[in-house]
Write a protein that binds this ligand. Structure first.
Ligand SMILES: Nc1ncnc2c1ncn2[C@@H]1O[C@H](COP(=O)(O)OP(=O)(O)OP(=O)(O)O)[C@@H](O)[C@H]1O
Ligand SMILES: [Mg+2]
Length: 93
């Protein structure tokens, strides 16, 4: 398994657009792909129309390793592309 993260302290430089597009292209290239939107702004969740941000589910439990990841995954965004939407609790990172 490979993990790719897009990070820059500079705003508006294309982190979210790159993450969403690379994830989509990887999934179309037969790499099973999970995109996890760790930005509390939820821009990736906005790009992937239809994938609503998680409401009422305790993603903090997932981050603490106390809840199974599968419970939070949307697997119906695109074939081969799984997605975990953003959550406002990520502000506390
Ligand atoms: N390669 C690109 N060419 C042209 N425009 C782009 C490209 N990548 C992103 N953009 C545009 O630039 C703007 C900012 O992109 P994006 O939201 O991905 O940046 P970001 O780094 O995630 O921003 P933020 O710091 O707010 O999270 C958006 O309008 C996006 O459509
Ligand atoms: Mg962004």
């Amino acid at each position: 398994m490979r993990i790719i993260a897009f990070y820059s302290p500079k705003g508006g430089v294309g982190k979210t657009a790159a993450a969403v597009n690379v994830a989509y292209l990887a999934s179309q290239d037969n790499c099973r792909t999970l995109l996890w939107d760790l930005d509390p702004q939820g821009a990736s969740s906005f790009y992937l129309a239809g994938a609503e941000t998680v409401k009422g589910r305790k993603l903090s439990k997932l981050l603490e390793g106390k809840a199974p990841m599968a419970r939070f995954i949307h697997d119906d965004v695109y074939p081969g592309l799984d997605f975990i939407p953003a959550h406002t609790s990520f502000r506390n990172f």
